[in-house]
Design a protein around this ligand. Structure first.
Ligand code: SF4
Length: 376
């Protein structure tokens, strides 16, 4: 990553990240230097097929070309501030960036390896159950910074004989609030000329930004997940203030149109919070909201943690809620999120780091990075 513009090293490291150039642009750059097309293809293959990101490992490129690439582009990936692994096969990464931390979580399953990426540092939307919402908004991540999370995670799992096969935009931030960069990153994750993930293996999650949902199907092929968490306006607005701007009726209309345009099934994410949104009344409201939509519901018991005024419901309440849905032919698996034991819920690791440095002299410097911004 380039140094902070105010640092003395900024002038020397102001080159753009190699990930900021789309594959076509990278090839065009080499052709403009007089390199043959096969050389441009070799560089492309190192990055996008072999997922090798170190120039020194690109053995079939000449030393002079590698030197020129090193001068014109920044090949540094973000520094890993901390890395925590859990017994459930998850690894939580906290990456350093110019302003604030970037979280990403690797999730290992039999036969696939997923990566949960962040799209913003912080978030504007202030959902009441979310640690990231408490941190406030700092800035959008560029497409290169989103792809850098993928590059770092892939390097971590490669020695285990794994590759990152799935990406979910469910880390810090509201992806559709950073629309252009997220669309760019998704297209470069799933495009044939890029990292080549199946379009079905890339999931964009949203809290319900209606205008962006209405354009998404035209701009990118990815699975869409919607964080619903309540199907009654009053309750949803309490949990997710964005509902005041885009209430349920508008959200549902946009989702119906999205399904018409994309032909895709939706995933509805529903966090179950004790004594809040998991009674019979809320189950009935959810079924009514789902009428006409082709969707499965992921039920996620709330992960209790300090500083949050909510708790996880009892197992019996979870079963009763799930049964109400399944009795009406709605697929509603209960997801016990991986990564929880390593502070996997969004924003938890960044929140912990900010707390842990609160006694240190650099506290002010770090907290001053948390620049609040209004809702766009
Ligand atoms: S749940 Fe998502 S949209 Fe809501 S505050 Fe957290 S990161 Fe933002």
């Amino acid at each position: 990553m380039p140094a902070h513009p105010s640092s003395p090293a900024a002038a020397a490291t102001a080159a753009p990240s190699f990930l900021s150039l789309a594959p076509d642009a990278l090839k065009a750059l080499l052709l403009s230097w007089g390199e043959p097309a096969f050389r441009a293809q070799q560089l492309h293959d190192w990055i996008y097929v072999k997922r090798v990101f170190s120039l020194s490992s690109m053995s079939n490129l000449s030393a002079s070309l590698r030197q020129r690439l090193a001068t014109h582009l920044d090949w540094q990936l973000p520094k890993i501030h901390s890395q925590m692994s859990g017994a459930d096969g998850s690894t939580k990464l906290l990456l350093e960036s110019e302003r604030g931390f970037i979280e990403a979580v690797i999730l290992r399953y039999d036969g696939r390896t997923s990566l949960c990426v962040s799209s913003q540092v912080g978030c504007k939307l202030a959902c009441t159950f979310c640690q990231t919402g408490k941190l406030g908004f700092v800035r959008h991540l560029s497409a290169a910074e989103i792809l850098a999370q993928f590059a770092i995670a892939d390097q971590i799992v490669q020695p285990e004989g794994r590759r990152i096969s799935h990406v979910v935009f469910m880390g810090m931030g509201e992806p559709l609030d950073n629309y252009a960069n997220v669309v760019d990153a998704v297209n470069r994750l799933s495009g044939k000329e890029a990292f080549g993930l199946s379009v079905r293996n890339v999931t964009v999650s949203t809290s319900g930004l209606v205008p962006q949902i209405r354009t998404l199907a035209h701009d990118v092929r990815a699975a869409l997940a919607v964080s619903l968490h309540a199907a009654r306006d009053e309750l949803r607005t309490e949990l997710m203030p964005i509902n005041r701007r885009y209430p349920l009726a508008e959200l549902k209309a946009a989702l119906l149109d999205y399904q018409k345009d994309s032909g895709d099934k939706l995933t509805i994410e529903y966090i179950l919070i004790k004594d809040k949104n998991c009674g019979l009344r809320e189950a009935k409201e959810l079924v009514k909201f789902l009428h006409g939509l082709r969707a499965k519901v992921n039920l996620i018991p709330f992960n209790s943690h300090p500083g949050m005024p909510f708790d996880r419901p009892s197992d019996e309440d979870i079963r009763t809620f799930q049964k109400y849905l399944s009795d009406r032919s709605i697929a509603a698996p209960v997801r016990y999120s991986k990564g929880l034991e390593v502070s996997g819920a969004c924003g938890q690791l960044a929140a912990k780091v900010i707390q842990s440095i609160s006694a240190l002299p650099q506290r002010e410097a770090v907290l001053n990075r948390q620049v609040q911004a209004p809702l766009s």
